[in-house]
Design a protein around this ligand. Structure first.
Ligand code: SAM
Length: 222
């Protein structure tokens, strides 16, 4: 099947390009043991995020959707010593598991996990006058993606990079008749990225161990 082939290629890429890492593997193992869903990014995607943050020289990273902190570890490791990552998570159990995973990975000192609904946390960051972020990774509840994009823009500067995960959704993103709130939210997200005067954006379809999906990438222009 196609999926078997995609898995084999992901396995090969990960073997050759993504060295085994005890803290990342323990983060996944403990997340699974705690009953968290295995909806983290794949290892080669995590490394992609890490490389993107390093290419960009990101010093302040915002993540929306922590889960067990797997992508958080990849992104935090891209930071310089004085860098900071803020990650937003609704589920208290996920916050707890992520905190332990981040501590074991040695990045807890650079990461603030803010518990609660991400839209509320983002509004609080705006109200508190948080300095702009260099990179934003949006990976939480997909129906809220347009809300997160608007709020993230208020925490951005010209040059801020915004990444949105899971935008192809087995191709259903191209189906305007699909009433699934995740599809509707993803379509609004893409359309907002395309029409927003402050954004220049693209989206790329992907296949791999996580199936057929994709990500959107934007830069803030003004
Ligand atoms: N970025 C993680 C990774 O790759 O390791 C995966 C994140 S998972 C796809 C989405 C997370 O968003 C879940 O942990 C879920 O509890 C969280 N979430 C869902 N709705 C939320 C909300 N309204 N505010 C904050 N987090 C939310």
């Amino acid at each position: 099947t196609m999926q078997a082939q995609w898995n084999a290629v992901d396995d090969y890429f990960c073997q050759q390009l993504v060295p085994q890492d005890a803290a990342l593997e323990a983060a996944l193992a403990d997340s699974a043991a705690a009953g968290l869903p295995a909806i983290n990014v794949a290892p080669n995607q995590g490394k992609f995020l890490n490389l993107l943050a390093r290419i960009h020289g990101a010093r302040r990273i915002l993540e929306i959707g922590t889960l067990g902190g797997y992508s958080t570890i990849w992104l935090a490791r891209a930071l310089p010593e004085n860098g900071r990552l803020v990650t937003l998570e609704y589920e208290p159990r996920h916050v707890e598991v992520a905190a332990a995973n981040l501590a074991r990975a040695g990045v807890a000192g650079q990461v603030d996990i803010i518990p609660g609904a991400a839209a509320d946390s983002l509004q609080r960051l705006i109200d508190d006058g948080a300095p702009p972020f260099d990179l934003v990774f949006i990976d939480a509840d997909k129906p809220n993606n347009p809300v997160y994009l608007e709020l993230a823009l208020r925490l951005s500067r010209p040059g801020t990079v915004i990444v949105g995960d899971n935008v192809a959704r087995q191709g259903e993103v191209a189906n305007p008749a699909n009433p699934d709130p995740a599809i509707v939210g993803t379509r609004r997200f893409i359309e907002l990225m395309g029409s927003h005067p402050r954004l220049s954006a693209t989206a790329i379809q992907t296949v791999g161990g996580k199936g057929y999906d994709g990500f959107a990438l934007a830069i803030v222009e003004g």
